[in-house]
Design a binder for this molecule. Structure first.
Ligand code: MN
Ligand code: MN
Length: 484
């Protein structure tokens, strides 16, 4: 019998020296598997309710209020102090947020942070979008983030956003999500007439300017007016949202896939949905921080969750990670916990001692496109949380690289807590690349490592992740917040 045979010297040496990554579906206990299933159900609900950065921010703020977090502004205005165990948050213009639980140890010893982003690629309206052509009313658009244009045609789209009317009243728009709602779509050319289109390169056969959305086709019944189809669409917008054409100039209206998150595969091991990048990591990070709010007592160091906006367009702007939002938040926490004597140099010291996980999705190995991946360093479905030591492109340009000491520390924390991790490097050398919010935190002096959930079809309307990777990553963020 093989299992009673003594192991050879080579087998023993191999066990001792080689690193073998296992599939978490095969190694996890029954309890963990059941919890992963429940977590996936809650995550899918979050995705269905939060399809824009604003909606996700709203959902998170609601959960924070329920968990006893108070707006940081209240404490700043009242001049009150913060004690270990106190919970505060900051809503950044309804599009991003920061939240924290104050730890036992002074902030000069550093903060422990998990940061992710809430924005996802989508189709935005232009500032003067509505026009009529050939009996159709159409919306003119400008896409947001790195999309393959053709993937967004001939699918149902929903309209989300905010509009501010002449009276200054802000109204939320959401059309296409409820049963019975109308949806929208971008038309594509029938194959019968697509001979010229099909000869073009994929990057050219749908230009950004051609992504116009069908908004209506029924004329207003009045012989004396021009552009009757456009007028009847304007009438409906006025009746439902109280808006006029002028209000498009300031509005933020985003078109996103109208379908809901669904299980994928006969074994239901995967989730297909719009917005896994980066709501899967944002949700896992946020839930990890909330876990500490349900525990008695305070964490060791002060723990922080940063859910930013604008990552898909370079993290610029006052809700993006390149802004001072994180730094300011930590400065305020310093002053409120340490008193008015907390200086700029105290903040610098705290930043240099801080640790962060940049929680963002990773390009999962796809057997359909094997030539662009390096199997040895790519992330794989089912193998747990993917650690990306570095990002960037063509010679690591423009990315962030974590140092050996910090990588080792994170790996040790994950090992200690029984959290399975794997490599997560983006593709073969010189095949492309990408970045995250990590470099903005690194610029502040914070030690930061990119890590997250492997995803297939990234930036498409229907991205796919593994349920076990989602849950393992959630457990990884908890371990980091507890032990870093
Ligand atoms: Mn991302
Ligand atoms: Mn992205």
């Amino acid at each position: 019998m093989a299992d009673t045979e003594e192991k050879t010297q080579g087998q023993l040496l191999s066990e001792q020296l080689s690193f073998k990554i296992k599939n978490v579906w095969e190694t996890a206990g029954e309890k963990e598997l059941a919890e992963a299933g429940d977590f996936a159900v809650e995550y899918k609900r979050f995705l269905d309710l939060g399809k824009t950065e604003r909606e996700c921010t709203g959902l998170c703020c609601e959960a924070l209020e329920k968990a006893g977090f108070v707006p940081l502004e209240d404490r700043l205005d009242s001049g009150g102090a913060l004690q270990p165990g106190d919970r505060v948050y900051r809503n950044l213009r309804d599009k991003a947020l920061l939240c924290a639980i104050i730890g036992e140890r002074p902030v000069e010893e550093g903060f422990t942070i998990v940061g992710a982003h809430l924005d996802s690629p989508r189709i935005d309206l232009k500032t003067n979008p509505l026009y009529e052509d050939s009996g159709f009313a159409l919306f003119d658009t400008h896409y947001y983030g790195g999309i393959k244009h053709y993937q967004w045609t001939a699918i149902p789209l929903a309209m989300h956003g905010v509009v501010i009317g002449r009276d200054g009243q802000k109204k939320n728009i959401c059309v296409g999500e409820k049963d019975g709602d109308p949806v929208f779509t971008i038309s594509d050319l029938l194959p019968h007439l697509a001979q010229e289109q099909m000869e073009k390169k994929a990057g050219e056969f749908f230009s950004g300017e051609e992504l116009d959305i069908l908004a209506g086709s029924r004329p207003y019944r009045d012989g004396k007016v021009e552009e009757k189809v456009k007028l009847s669409v304007l009438e409906i917008l006025n009746q439902t949202c109280g808006m006029t054409e002028e209000d498009f100039a300031s509005a933020e209206i985003e078109f996103v896939p109208a379908f809901k998150a669904q299980d994928v595969g006969l074994d239901r091991s995967m989730i297909g949905a719009y917005g896994h990048d980066d709501r899967s990591c944002a949700y896992a990070a946020f839930r990890a921080l909330l876990r500490f709010a349900s525990c008695a007592g305070a964490p060791g160091k002060t723990i922080v969750c940063f859910l930013s906006d604008k990552e898909e367009v370079g993290s610029m702007g006052n809700t993006g990670a390149e802004s001072r939002a994180l730094e300011n938040f930590l400065a305020y926490l310093g002053r409120l916990t340490r008193g008015p004597g907390f200086s700029t140099s105290d903040l610098r010291r705290a930043l240099e001692k801080s640790s962060m996980l940049s929680a963002d999705v990773n390009a999962a190995y796809d057997p359909n496109f094997a030539s662009v991946y390096d199997k040895k360093t790519a992330s794989w479905f089912g193998r747990g949380m993917a650690l990306s030591k570095y990002t960037g492109r063509r010679g690591k340009l423009g990315g962030s690289e974590a140092n050996a000491e910090f990588c080792h520390r994170v790996q040790a924390i994950l090992d200690k807590n029984g959290v399975r991790w794997q490599y997560g490097n983006l593709g073969r050398v010189d095949k492309g690349g990408g970045g995250t919010i990590a470099l903005y935190a690194a610029n502040l002096g914070i030690d930061v490592l990119d890590c997250g959930i492997p995803v297939l079809s990234m930036h498409s309307p229907f991205e796919v992740i593994s349920k076990i990777d989602l849950y393992t990553t959630f457990r990884g963020y908890i371990a980091f917040l507890k032990d870093a």
